[in-house]
Design a protein. Structure first.
Length: 432
């Protein structure tokens, strides 16, 4: 148990301590009680107590009640980027405020220049601009904090956590040819013929005639991978009622899609993949959730936004109101890495109302489409990047969530190497 002295009561301090130390901490406002305690302790104040535990001097962020532009100057601490510097030797920065700034996504509450989809761009972030986007920096700080604490309190240990690897699959389009609108299939069929794409032309013909499986139907393959390595996979289904813009899913009334969802839900967790359209219409969000809930005969608790359409603070309250309990959108759609500099679940802190909510955030760090379309990486570079992220999360005993898409894991010539890469990565890293 870690005792933290602070003369000031603060919901932000309570939140970040609960996030970092789970339930293995207590905040004490009485200095006499703090001084009499002989267990591991931190003096989080400007007051000087001789030989009374380590001291972290507050920068002030955790005691503010508004959202202000913060003055940030980065420096090196034990080979790691740090900020909110102070003059203490053991912990020379306000670790608690710095962690809060990153995990609360404080910078996303401030004005910013959005990307082409209206999202917070990774190039705006402190992590990107100071070259630590590829690191779960907060947890790396904690490992160094643990070592420093053990110099004064040898028995001190951070809460025990176990590394986990969670593959998640966004099912934007379940089938390439089957169950698609008639005119779409007809147009595609003749377009491939007239433009000389004879391989696609033959493929579609073989699928229509039943001689070949639909190329996007990789769900048995994915299930075999999950079962072989005992992985707690999660599937997110896009169920927009209207085909529009980037919402190009199979219509949710299609029997084949419903059977796929039911089969998947019998083995794995399934969640909603709210359509782009639902970001402009809360009624659509509720309809899509109800469609999935009515099908699986269970409440829908998990969500990840299609195209990662999310803005803070607008999106999260909408999801809370719709009954979502666990959210998996936090990451970038333009770069891999750690958007919150943290690789573990945490509860969303509503800065506007200064309260910890019940919405549990599960950040991801790797998405195949980032490697393919944004970074334009060759397969071997994508594998190396995923390997390095795996190494970093395992080092901090975190939760590594990756996003894959069934339509990028096919046996088609343009995708078959990506499918092989995934098999190799699982075999090399997840075998018992």
């Amino acid at each position: 148990m870690l005792l933290i002295y602070s003369p000031i009561t603060s919901p932000r301090l309570a939140y970040i301590c609960a996030t970092l130390f789970r339930n293995e901490f207590a905040i004490e406002h009485d200095k006499l009680i703090y001084q009499s305690c002989t267990t591991a302790k931190i003096n989080y104040s400007d007051e000087i107590f001789e030989s009374q535990g380590l001291q972290i001097i507050p920068q002030g962020l955790l005691f503010q009640k508004n959202i202000l532009q913060q003055e940030i100057h980065c420096f090196d601490w034990k080979g790691l980027v740090a900020f909110f510097k102070n003059d203490k030797e053991a912990i020379p920065f306000d670790l608690f405020s710095a962690a809060f700034y990153l995990i609360s996504r404080y910078e996303e509450w401030l004005p910013f220049i959005p990307d082409q989809y209206g999202r917070y761009a990774h190039t705006n972030s402190l992590a990107y601009n100071n070259q630590f986007l590829h690191l779960p920096l907060v947890q790396l700080w904690l490992l160094e904090f643990e070592k420093t604490m053990q110099e004064s309190f040898p028995d001190f240990q951070l809460p025990n956590q176990k590394f986990s690897f969670v593959p998640s699959y966004d099912v934007d389009v379940a089938f390439c040819y089957l169950n698609q609108p008639f005119f779409k299939n007809l147009f595609g069929f003749y377009r491939n013929l007239l433009t000389g794409k004879f391989e696609k032309f033959a493929e579609s013909g073989n699928v229509y005639s039943g001689y070949q499986k639909d190329p996007f139907d990789q769900f048995d393959f994915l299930s075999q991978l999950n079962e072989r390595y005992h992985l707690p996979a999660i599937y997110f289904f896009l169920l927009a009622n209207k085909r529009k813009g980037v919402d190009k899913n199979i219509h949710p009334s299609k029997k084949a899609l419903q059977q796929l969802i039911l089969k998947t839900a019998s083995k794995y967790q399934v969640g909603i993949h709210p359509s782009w359209q639902s970001g402009d219409d809360r009624a659509l969000l509720k309809d899509e959730i109800n469609t999935l809930s009515n099908l699986i005969k269970n409440p829908v608790m998990l969500s990840r936004q299609h195209y990662l359409r999310m803005t803070i603070p607008e999106t999260y309250p909408q999801l809370i109101a719709a009954g979502i309990k666990k959210e998996y959108t936090l990451g970038y759609g333009t770069s891999n890495g750690f958007r919150a500099s943290f690789a573990a679940p945490f509860y969303w802190y509503d800065l506007k109302n200064e309260v910890q909510t019940d919405l549990e955030i599960h950040p991801f760090c790797y998405m195949d489409s980032n490697s393919i379309f944004e970074l334009r990486q060759p397969v071997y570079e994508a594998k190396n990047e995923m390997q390095e992220l795996f190494h970093q999360v395992k080092k901090v005993r975190g939760e590594m969530i990756c996003i894959f898409h069934n339509h990028f894991l096919t046996d088609q010539p343009e995708w078959v190497e990506w499918k092989k890469m995934l098999e190799e990565f699982f075999k090399e890293n997840l075998s018992a």
